[in-house]
Design a protein around this ligand. Sequence first.
Ligand code: HEC
Length: 149
Amino acid sequence: MKIKNLITYISFLLISSIVSIAPLYAQEDATGVVKERMNKFKISKKMMQTIHKSIQNEDFGTIEESATTLYNWSKEMIKYFPEGSDVPPSEASADIWLNPEGFKKAVNNFELASLKLINNSKEKDFDNSVDAFRSLAGTCKGCHQKFRN
Ligand code: HEC
């Protein structure tokens, strides 16, 4: 019967479209921009722990490497905060978009501080590396106080 074939065909189409869309939504859940930036920040925390240890060991190569990871993150951080991405479970404050200049400045402070640590570790300057590490940690905290709930 023709009509039956048509119904079968339509339901086939519906099912295949659901099946092909479903992985997209699932992926949104698992690797959405919020999850991606949370991962980046988790890595940031690890980098800071690594730098802390490496300062004690005067391992300037590792300091430079970790600071470079942070610097690269600073250069792309803004992209990870599209407007309206402050939905739970995100802890991003709506102030990021209410005060975009302030947020950019906080990102910029972070960028400059990581760059300073890169340069000081290249020079294998212990005291300046410690100072730069402290300022860098200050830029994490500074942004969290303003822009993280
Ligand atoms: C310019 C702003 C800014 C800077 C700089 C910044 N953070 Fe964050 N951080 C945030 C925001 C906003 C969130 C919340 C993100 C979310 O939940 O969507 C966050 C979240 C986090 C989290 C929680 C991640 C999770 O799993 O939920 C950690 C850990 C973290 N940051 C560590 C750091 C460290 C360490 C640094 C410095 C090396 C740093 N952050 C620098 C804004 C910043």
